[in-house]
Write a protein that binds this ligand. Structure first.
Ligand SMILES: C[S@@+](CC[C@H](N)C(=O)[O-])C[C@H]1O[C@@H](n2cnc3c(N)ncnc32)[C@H](O)[C@@H]1O
Length: 302
């Protein structure tokens, strides 16, 4: 395993292991809600063999078991997380967690009916190799669900600007600040992921469509980008992310120049967003500029 993969696995494991049942159940609820608003056909799951590639806390693995899957395998790069999931969910008989990288999945080709990979391959060192592996282990005419970061909007540029400052301040100081600020654990996970994960690939919609078509993927269906139940749902929630970032850096105890620079940058972005919101342009245009493409949630057929 490469150093970056080790670091990525460790970063996430440190966050997931603090998750309470309540937080985990909320994350399950989100999955069910997104399936519902996107009119997901639950036959894709019922009595099917499923792979959750880059399972993290195991929420998609568990959700699939609850929704009637025959068998679900969750793989993750983090050995510690796989061990923890096998312990936490040993009462669910038809699921198993294994350590494996998405760029070399230890299953033969055309094995699974449905492969889920949510928020994973944009963190891997070879995005396309992971995508190819996910497609390889899915049966012909099987289904694939992919979540990857889309392009545009103000959130990624600000994250990119803040990452070196967060690094200088240090992960422990940032975590302490979020605790002082009473951030819930799922929020802490969300911001630590953005500010510290080693690899973060953004993929424009056009680029992923081209790539999937080239790989002969069919029925490429992008899910609703407003009914997301998260910060991309509306402008208020999106702006709130910037306010939370400001709280994180403001509550850092140590007085470091990076802290003040970060706050100044965040203020500029908040002003910029507020000024666009006041402009006499359509909501669609405002959304394009402020939020951009948002996360791509794609359901497709091999
Ligand atoms: C943002 S989390 C998403 C977790 C889960 N899919 C979900 O939706 O909650 C990313 C996960 O991908 C895992 N990961 C990162 N690189 C990986 C790789 N090369 N192979 C397998 N898992 C990987 C991380 O350890 C982490 O658990």
């Amino acid at each position: 395993m490469q150093q970056t993969e080790k670091e990525t696995g460790k970063l996430f494991h440190e966050l997931w292991k603090k998750f309470t049942n309540k937080i985990f159940n909320q994350s399950l609820e989100l999955i069910f809600n997104r399936y519902k608003v996107n009119k997901f056909d639950f036959k894709i799951i019922k009595n099917k063999d499923i792979l959750d590639a880059g399972c993290g806390s195991g929420r998609h693995t568990v959700a699939s078991a609850y929704l009637g899957a025959k068998k679900v395998v969750g793989i993750d790069i983090s050995k510690g997380q796989v061990k923890l999931n096998n312990k936490n969910f040993k009462h669910i008989k038809n699921i198993i967690f294994k350590q494996s990288s998405t760029d070399q999945i230890g299953y033969k080709s055309n094995h699974f009916d449905y492969v889920i990979s949510s928020g994973v391959i944009h963190h891997t060192k070879d995005f396309e190799k992971s995508l190819d592996e996910i497609i390889r282990v899915c049966k012909k005419n099987g289904k694939i669900f992919l979540l990857i970061y889309g392009a545009g909007g103000f959130r990624w540029p600000i994250i990119k600007a803040l990452r070196p400052m967060a690094k200088k301040i240090g992960i422990n100081e940032i975590k302490k600040s979020m605790k002082i600020s009473n951030f819930p654990l799922n929020n802490i996970k969300h911001f630590i992921d953005d500010l510290f994960v080693p690899i973060q690939k953004i993929t424009p919609k056009k680029e992923i469509i081209k790539m999937l078509r080239y790989k002969k993927i069919k029925n490429i269906q992008f899910w609703n980008t407003t009914k997301t139940f998260d910060h991309e749902a509306d402008f208020k929630s999106y702006l709130n992310e910037f306010k939370k970032l400001k709280t994180i850096f403001s509550n850092v105890k140590k007085n470091q120049p990076e802290k003040d620079i970060a706050i100044k940058i965040i203020n500029i972005y908040i002003q910029k967003i507020n000024s666009i919101l006041k402009q006499k342009i359509s909501i669609k245009k405002k959304r394009q500029v402020i939020i951009g493409e948002g996360n791509h949630r794609i359901l497709m057929t091999k």
